[in-house]
Design a protein around this ligand. Structure first.
Ligand code: NDP
Length: 525
């Protein structure tokens, strides 16, 4: 499968894309270039951000990457390769092995052998040593991983550097701490590993999702076969090198690359004991059907359409930042993104104006530039999906606002977008867009806010902004969402469980809940 890149649109054509049925985007007051300080009364001091690109030199790329099976890099049996590309430039990064079903079989077999022979027989304190080593190596190589993650996925370097990589290391630190304390974690029980875990992860947080899955699995004594998304395989393949560097016994971690059908073959493999998936609800349902009727344990972390609720007594400056972080972080390609904003009617007008002003200061562009706030959309198909849903919003009569920022001429970019005059029934209020697009709605009473927030097929996350602690507690207890943030948004911690209700999936990752998903409390295998 080659990620052949269709030529993307310039700023102007993307602008036109949303100007359908005679309605055009309300282009914002943002001054793209140069930026300026206002002295009031129309006086402006223009100034320009200097480019601050992170060097790519820290990442030594090979032209080809094989599969990582049994501690070695091996060529795919079918002899086929696909290309992973940089979404900001559409340039190829490397050729990646396309696994076959036979490769899947071999990887699961090797993982089974490593489980029986090595990993399940090691005392927890020994397993912990490896996990601590991995955490330390990730920290030592953090700059390399941050650059790699931004290069392959399109996310701003300041996010991969300050969020993805440190959090990935933190998950290994955290679960390393539990590896020799399982009987204290679940007192009165006899916790043991499940066996071989099949793990399929998405492209929005490639290294972090790998850590969410591999760290608890290994701490609990399981071995794993992991398949990264085809548009972002690089950090998983570099993680294979971390495993080698940590002297992890061969076969404890195996990485296979290839299309969705290889993911399906992996989760269907009869010698797999546990399946963990993060990705779209449609694929999650397919995996659920494939696993139904077997003894495999299953956790599914799927999509979301989170409500971010602003009451009139909220700390407004913080709330504006929370809304921006909630939806424009990682270009909105976040399953728990605060994509539906509910503002109390009494403050809606001024709040939306402030939000538009803040939107106009976001810098969209080169993911490797340290000043970039919004990077590239991960892949061409995702950009097409965002464009289609934004057009649907315009066609349904919602009012669109986009700041007047210039987009790079190459690569897959989309302007931060805000819709007002949105109906509850609108597609942009119901469907997961997975892009930098915010739908703004209003409410009058707390009861109405709860009713509207829960009016979704999903139930992954939500946010509440108010200075009243009692109102926070009341709202949290009524909202059907796995995670509810209060006066903040998109905060993650390895000690805290994360997961959804309804179409957002089931099972929890993180914390003791995440460990439990990889354990049999009655002795295990
Ligand atoms: P998918 O759910 O298709 O992909 C997620 C992972 O599953 C990838 O590794 C993918 O492999 C693999 N996969 C694809 N099909 C199958 C299958 N039939 N059986 C087993 N594994 C499979 O997400 P997309 O990349 O297609 O994104 C589509 C939409 O999903 C997005 O627009 C967004 O709305 C949502 N999404 C949600 C995420 C979340 O975190 N909840 C993350 C990513 C997307 P491959 O990459 O090779 O296709």
């Amino acid at each position: 499968m080659s990620q052949k890149a269709p030529r993307r649109k310039s700023a102007v054509t993307t602008q036109r894309a949303v100007a359908v049925r005679g309605r055009s985007a309300d282009v914002g007051r943002g001054t793209p270039s140069p930026s300026s300080w206002s002295l009031g009364e129309g006086q402006q001091i223009p100034w320009e951000y200097a480019p601050a690109p992170e060097s790519r030199d820290i990442v030594a790329l090979k032209s080809r990457y094989g599969l990582f099976i049994g501690g070695k890099e091996v060529a795919p049996r079918g002899g086929q390769w696909f290309t992973t590309v940089d979404p900001a430039t559409e340039e190829p990064i490397a050729e990646i092995a396309r696994a076959t079903v036979k490769d899947v079989d071999q990887a699961v077999g090797v993982a089974r052998k490593a489980f029986k022979r090595d990993w399940s027989t090691l005392p927890g304190s020994e397993r912990a040593k490896y996990l601590f080593r991995i955490a330390r190596i990730l920290q030592e190589r953090s700059r390399e991983f941050a650059v790699l993650e931004s290069l392959d996925g399109g996310k701003p370097i300041k996010e991969s550097r300050d969020v993805d990589v440190p959090l990935a290391a933190a998950h290994f630190w955290y679960y390393a701490g539990w590896a020799d304390k399982l009987e204290y974690a679940f007192p009165g029980r006899n916790p043991g590993p499940l066996g071989v875990a099949a793990q399929v992860i998405p492209w929005n947080f490639p290294l972090l999702m790998l850590a969410w899955k591999i760290a608890p699995a290994l701490a609990a004594g399981n071995t794993v076969v992991l398949k990264p998304a085809s548009s972002t395989p690089m950090s998983a393949l570099f993680f294979a090198d971390v495993c080698r560097q940590a002297d992890l016994p061969a076969g404890v971690v195996n990485i296979i690359t290839g299309p969705g059908e290889i993911g399906l073959a992996l989760v269907k493999h009869p010698d797999v004991d546990k399946v963990a998936f993060t990705g779209s609800t449609a694929v999650g349902k397919e995996i659920g059907r494939a696993v139904a009727g077997t003894n495999k344990a299953l956790t599914l972390e799927l999509g979301g359409k989170a409500a971010n609720i602003i009451f009139d007594d909220a700390p407004i400056d913080q709330a504006i930042e929370g809304v921006i972080n909630g939806i424009y972080f990682n270009q909105g390609e976040v399953c728990c993104a605060g994509s539906r904003l509910f503002v109390q009617e009494s403050i809606a007008g001024p709040f939306i104006e402030r939000l538009k002003d803040r939107l106009s200061t976001l810098r969209v562009g080169d993911p490797l530039d340290k000043n970039t706030d919004v990077g590239a959309i991960n892949n061409a198909a995702q950009l097409a999906k965002i464009e289609e849903l934004v057009e649907a919003g315009v066609a349904e009569g919602c009012d669109i606002y986009q700041p007047a920022c210039e987009l790079p001429a190459r690569g897959w970019f989309f302007r931060p977008t805000l819709f007002t005059n949105v109906a509850q029934s609108s597609r942009i209020a119901q469907e997961e867009i997975f892009g930098p697009v915010l739908s703004v709605l209003t409410f009058r009473t707390p009861a109405e806010a709860v009713e509207k927030a829960n009016n979704t097929a999903y139930g992954l996350s939500a946010g509440v902004w108010t200075e009243k602690g009692s109102r926070i507690l009341s709202m949290v207890s009524k909202m059907r969402a796995g995670v509810v943030w209060a006066n903040t948004f998109n905060r993650f911690d390895p000690t805290s469980p994360f997961g959804g209700y309804k179409e957002s999936g089931f099972g929890r990752e993180g914390g003791l809940h995440g460990l439990l998903a990889y354990l049999d409390l009655d002795g295990g295998h």
